[in-house]
Design a protein around this ligand. Structure first.
Ligand SMILES: [Fe+2]
Length: 186
């Protein structure tokens, strides 16, 4: 049997970036008006997913928590994570096994986000930066109109603890759900 630690991922492209921001409305105005992105979904009023093309999101903005917004510019890590796309959930599972076998710290996942519906696993590089792999993101095309939703982020902050959460309004969809493969760590 092949050693899981020897598995080499095959990322197809850099897919998205999540930035921490001091004022999410100010930053949203900037990225829609100055950069030209479109809103796909919100989680409460503290995370907004934006797209340039057909991927549900290629940029997301995450509101810094109270007490962190007065830190001078340039003195707070602005990147929450960046994410590489892979082809399949099968590859996501092999990557998870590889990370566990190598003893690499897994910050969250393997799971599936509500907004964008993509599976994800987030782990740390040697400097503590969050790196993510994802697959299966919702595609938004001209032929499939998409109405933004506001998701309930009640348990979003606790996603490392494996909590699920619900969508605001009729029906119920989780902002994050865990895929129980028995291989999750951290
Ligand atoms: Fe992500």
């Amino acid at each position: 049997m092949t050693d899981p630690a020897s598995y080499r991922p095959r990322p197809t492209r850099l897919g998205h970036l999540v930035l921490k921001v001091r004022d999410i409305d100010r930053s949203l105005a900037f990225y829609t008006e100055v950069v030209g992105l479109t809103v796909s979904d919100w989680i409460d009023h503290h995370m907004v997913f934006l797209r340039a093309s057909e991927d549900h999101h290629d940029l997301a903005l995450l509101q810094l928590p109270p007490g962190h917004t007065d830190i001078p510019e340039g003195h707070y890590p602005a990147v929450e994570h960046f994410s590489y796309r892979v082809e399949s959930i099968d590859e996501m599972e092999k990557i998870t096994a590889m990370l566990v076998a190598r003893g690499i710290a897994i910050d969250r996942g393997l799971g599936r986000h509500g907004p964008g519906a993509n599976t994800f696993i987030v782990f740390r590089d040697p400097d503590g930066n969050n790196v993510e792999f994802y697959t299966d993101m919702t595609q938004i095309t001209a032929g499939s109109p998409y109405e933004p939703s506001v998701w309930d982020g009640k348990d979003w902050e606790g996603q490392s603890s494996g909590a699920a959460s619900r969508r605001v309004g009729p029906g119920s969809r989780g902002a994050v759900a865990w895929i129980d493969r028995g291989s999750r760590a951290g």
